[in-house]
Design a protein around this ligand. Structure first.
Ligand code: ZN
Length: 230
C-alpha cells in the first residue's frame, strides 16, 4: 500500500474525564452543534472505551504500516484531551487520507451485543458537505462489516442498525469529512460477553486485523460486498 495514506481515529481520549469544560464546548458540525468530544463509555469493570480505541488503532496502524501504508492517528495518547470531533475530521481531510476509520466501543443497555458500522448520510448544511464521500464510504463500510466479522467472529449488533450497518447524519466526524470515512462500534462494552472480548488483547488484535484488512481491500481492490449479505 505504498503511497496510500490512512487516517485512524481512536475515539475519545482517556484524559477527557479531567477536561470537562474543554470537551463540553459546543462545536459546529454543519447541520447542528454538538459537544467537542465526550468521555466515552467503559466496561462494568472499568476498562475504558478510550483505552480500547487507542490500543486497537495502534495495533491496526502496525499492520497497515507493515503493508506499506502511511498511517495518521488523530491522537496517539499524546495530548491531554480531545481533539474535538471537528478537528478529528480536519486531520483526515488535511492529510488527504485515502480512507479513514473512527474506532469506538458502544455503551448500550447490557442486554444487547455485537458490532455495527456507521456510514455517513449525505449532509449538505452550513460548513458540512460530505456528498462526495457517501458512495465510497458505503463501499468501505461493507468491506469493514465483512472483514471485521471474519477476523473476530463478532456477530452483528442485535440492538441497533440493520445487519451490522447504520447510517447517521448526527456525527461531526462523518458530516465534516471530505475523505471516505466510517465509524465502527466494535461491541457493546456494557454487555458481559462483548466486555470480555474487548478486554482481551488477543481479541483486540483480531479487531485490528479486521480493520486493517478492510482498509487494504478498499485501497487495493474494487471489491464491493453484497449489501444484504447476512
Ligand atoms: Zn465512542
Amino acid at each position: 500500500m505504498s503511497g496510500k495514506t490512512i487516517l485512524l481515529d481512536p475515539g475519545h481520549n482517556s484524559g477527557n474525564v479531567n477536561h470537562t469544560t474543554e470537551i463540553n464546548r459546543q462545536v459546529d458540525i454543519g447541520n447542528s452543534s454538538k459537544e467537542c468530544d465526550t468521555t466515552g463509555t467503559e466496561t462494568n469493570a472499568g476498562y475504558s472505551e478510550a483505552d480500547y480505541t487507542l490500543d486497537v488503532s495502534r495495533r491496526a496502524r502496525a499492520i497497515l504500516q507493515s503493508r506499506g501504508a502511511k498511517v495518521v492517528l488523530t491522537q496517539d495518547g499524546d495530548r491531554a484531551w480531545g481533539p474535538c470531533i471537528t478537528e478529528r475530521a480536519q486531520i483526515g481531510n488535511q492529510a488527504h487520507a485515502d480512507a479513514a476509520i473512527s474506532v469506538h466501543g458502544d455503551g448500550a443497555p447490557a442486554s444487547g451485543n455485537g458490532f455495527h458500522v456507521i456510514m455517513p448520510a449525505k449532509v449538505t448544511a452550513g460548513k458540512a458537505d460530505n456528498s462526495a464521500i457517501v458512495s465510497p464510504s458505503h463501499r468501505l463500510g461493507l468491506l469493514l462489516r465483512q472483514d471485521f466479522k471474519a477476523a473476530t467472529g463478532e456477530p452483528y449488533a442485535n440492538y441497533i442498525g440493520e445487519q451490522g450497518l447504520d447510517t447517521r447524519s448526527d456525527l461531526g466526524g462523518l458530516n465534516l469529512s471530505t475523505v471516505p470515512k466510517v465509524f465502527i462500534e466494535c461491541g457493546n462494552m456494557r454487555n458481559s460477553v462483548d466486555a470480555k472480548r474487548m478486554t482481551d488483547p488477543q481479541w483486540r488484535q483480531q479487531a485490528a486485523q479486521g480493520i486493517a484488512d478492510a482498509l487494504t481491500a478498499y485501497l487495493t481492490t474494487t471489491a464491493t460486498p453484497d449489501a444484504s449479505a447476512g
